[in-house]
Design a binder for this molecule. Structure first.
Ligand code: ATP
Ligand code: MG
Length: 719
């Protein structure tokens, strides 16, 4: 499939070629997954360079993830034979380039650092501490949302420049409302480190383009051609950026698929692509309908699922490829079984000649990866985690393990990790004191601390309480079961409460997953379940310095997998509460989750596996197979084995009850209503059985009552 400078255009179909050669003006491709939108876009880039002689420094090509941007540059370089591909990047990546060149326009230093989520969290912690704000009363998540909202109104700009310092301090002092205090404190701290967060990158770039005419003209003249992939997911400010940058040459090429919108929770607006022709004169729209990626069987499953969304333009993907295997759905009793099954299937595929590189494991949420990682490590299957961190390298997991090690070993590394986590007013200065003492007395930091607890600078901290907790556990841990111990440690050290107060749901989910892993360890380790043995066995995962194999199985969330493709795709953790997420509370969000599952399925080229597990000790709500599995028509998917009837019944009523809660029917029927059914005729609703998701109706013509699923088409005509 190597495409070089000579023959790259010959691999396009007629409509793609049309999109590639229509270089001037506004052009839009609306088309489904795998129909070659991205291919058209990359070839258009090559066409501009190879045939029209446009310089790469005059083409802006925007994709959604860094991984997609890297792959796109690689493909394009093959076609244009040039290693300088200029602006092929994400919106954020582009803004970094713009700001490195022009941020002096707002008097901010050019050597700014880009802050990630960890950095911004550190800043928030400092701000809360300095202003004596409790995260219990105002969570980090609310603060983040508020800061984002204010920044999108450009309220941060006047404070950021050097000249804004005085005003910033004055306003900070004056601020009474906690929201304002945190916002201004945050700006103050970020300026100290010359940091910009993701919101800043976009908003400041936009601000400069909107207010500084010279700079605007410079960038507009430079960007002769602007192309945006995955346009269905652009936010307000990203849209504004694309508009302003293409405002002079007016060559804007956008591609997208409304069925793959998965960022509305972050402000994506589907109208931007759907109404593009109304907002841009003489838009040329090109539709593609041939899917080159997947087998007809994979498309049948994907189509069957997405058709259950009510708000969409109906269309089906046609397969270009030859017939293959039907997708397989497998249900397991435990997450361990699910991981085990996946591991052996991967080993089987490899023994048949497939390579690890061709395989991807996709999931809705990070915490799902834990069991699979463990199973892969044991079976020596090389893998790369593309989104998020490997489970046992995550901060909260390392922190709990450090607490457990404190109980047994009280080693310095663990001590440093947790002494001030949660905050015990034990900062660098006090740490230095303990360190000096420990060095001169040749003892561990913890023992050093024990000796100088009465020192007056130490006394004012939470160190004594910390020591009491650890000492109490040292005395009693041998009598406790591992899982009880973990629960108590998380509770008595204040660690879990800290996360709950700052509303860090993802970390809490990971802790729940960690508890689950300890439960599993207990059940399977027989006699050897002392804390010491547990810590030894866990070292296998934590000191997991796997050599970097070239060929690895890719593991990532569905959001990261956007736009990518793999011959073999495993979508796991397809459970109610995980996928769709238990946080879904409206019909719109439910449809977005369904689109997400659609994105996941349509990544597969040759084979698709869908799996779920009852996860015995899980949160009750994770027990059932996802409704998205039941959404797939039974005759297009193979079940590895039949589901227990009891489980299906329970799942159905759980799902029906949930849907009737989050998707109120248009008519809002209630007991006593007179209704009309297309077959049974007129009747009266005698009861609502939300437990099984049914109306109970006495039809006039029938002797006995009938249970009809909530959502069944019924016309209400009176009471
Ligand atoms: P998504 O919506 O998932 O981003 P897409 O529409 O961008 O999908 P591409 O990734 O561009 O689709 O293409 C999907 C696959 O089909 C790729 O492997 C690509 O090389 C192949 N393909 C695209 N167009 C053609 C064509 N005309 N002939 C043969 N293969 C094609
Ligand atoms: Mg694409």
């Amino acid at each position: 499939r190597m495409e070089d400078k000579e023959n790259y255009l010959s691999t396009l179909n007629e409509r793609q070629l049309d999109a590639v050669t229509t270089t001037e003006g506004y052009v839009r491709i609306i088309a489904g997954a795998g129909t070659g939108k991205t291919k058209a876009l990359t070839h258009r880039y090559a066409y501009l360079v190879n045939e029209l002689g446009i310089s790469t420094s005059n083409i802006l090509c925007v994709t959604f993830t860094n991984k997609a941007a890297r792959e796109m540059s690689k493909r394009i370089r093959q076609m244009i034979g040039d290693s300088d591909t200029g602006y092929i990047c994400t919106f954020h990546g582009f803004c970094v380039k713009l700001l490195r060149e022009d941020i002096h326009a707002i008097n901010f230093p050019q050597n700014f650092v880009v802050m990630d989520d960890e950095d911004t969290e550190e800043i928030l912690k400092t701000v809360y501490e300095n202003a004596h704000i409790q995260s219990r009363t105002y969570t980090f998540d609310s603060a983040r949302d508020h800061i984002t909202a204010l920044k999108s109104q450009m309220l941060h700009i006047p404070y950021l420049a050097e000249i804004g310092n005085e005003k910033l301090l004055a306003d900070y002092e004056k601020a009474e409302k906690v929201e304002d205090k945190v916002f201004l404190g945050y700006l103050y701290e970020q300026k100290k480190v010359y940091g910009l967060d993701y919101d800043d990158l976009i908003t400041i770039a936009l601000y400069i383009l909107q207010t500084d005419e010279t700079k605007r003209i410079k960038w507009q003249e430079r960007m002769m051609y602007v192309m945006v992939d995955e346009f269905q997911d652009v936010s307000n400010s990203q849209y504004a950026l694309a508009e302003i940058l293409s405002g002079y040459h007016r060559n804007l090429f956008i591609v997208g698929d409304p069925d793959q919108t998965i960022y509305t929770w972050r402000g994506a607006q589907i109208e931007y692509i759907l109404e593009f022709d109304e907002t841009h004169e003489n838009t040329r729209t090109i539709f593609l309908d041939m899917n080159y990626r997947s087998t007809p069987e994979i498309l049948a499953v994907s189509n069957s699922l997405i058709e259950k969304n009510k708000k969409r333009l109906p269309h089906r993907l046609e397969a270009y490829k030859e017939s293959g295997r039907r997708p397989i759905y497998i249900h397991s009793r435990t997450t361990g079984d699910e991981a085990q099954w996946m591991t052996s299937e991967i080993q089987r595929l490899v023994s048949e000649g497939a390579s690890y590189n061709e395989m991807a494991v996709l999931y809705r949420s990070h915490f799902v990866s834990r069991n699979i990682e463990e199973s892969f490590i044991k079976a020596k299957i090389p893998y790369t985690l593309y989104s998020g961190m490997e489970f046992y390298k995550r901060k909260e997991i390392k922190d709990v393990l450090a607490y457990l090690r404190m109980i047994v070993y009280s080693d310095d590394l663990s001590f440093r990790r947790v002494i001030n986590e949660p905050k015990r007013n034990f900062g660098k200065k006090r740490m230095a004191l303990v360190k000096a003492y420990a060095e001169s007395h040749r003892c561990s930091l913890y023992n050093g601390l024990l000796d100088i607890l009465e020192d007056k600078t130490i006394k004012s901290t939470g160190a004594a309480a910390f020591v009491d907790t650890i000492e109490a556990f040292k005395k009693t841990y041998k009598e406790k079961s591992l899982s009880d111990l973990v629960t108590e440690v998380l509770d008595q050290t204040g660690y879990e409460a800290m996360l709950r107060q700052s509303g860090e749901q993802e970390r809490l989910d990971n802790l729940a997953e960690f508890k689950q892993s300890v439960d599993e360890y207990e059940k399977t380790s027989g006699e050897e379940n002392t804390l010491e043995e547990y810590l030894q066995s866990i070292a296998l995962y934590t000191n997991n310095d796997r050599e970097k194999d070239k060929e690895t199985v890719s593991m990532m969330t569905v959001h990261t997998a956007k736009g990518l493709e793999f011959p073999y795709v495993f979508v796991c953790g397809m459970n109610e509460g995980i996928f769709p997420s238990k946080h879904v509370d409206t019909e719109e969000r439910l449809e977005e989750e369904r689109r997400m599952a659609y994105v996941a399925f349509t990544r597969a080229e040759k084979a698709l596996y869908i799996s779920d597990a009852e996860g015995l000790n899980y949160d009750e709500s994770f027990r059932y197979p996802s409704r998205f599995i039941f959404n797939i028509d039974r005759d297009v998917i193979d079940y590895a084995h039949d589901l227990p009837k009891r489980l299906v019944d329970d799942a159905m009523s759980y799902i029906a009850a949930n849907e009737s809660r989050i998707c109120p029917s248009d008519t809002e029927l209630s007991v006593g209503d007179r209704v009309m059914h297309k077959v049974f005729g007129e009747g009266t609703i005698t009861a609502m059985r939300t437990d099984i998701g049914c109306y109970v109706i006495k039809f006039d013509k029938m002797a006995t009552e009938r249970n009809l699923k909530i959502g069944t088409a019924l016309e209400k005509f009176g009471r």
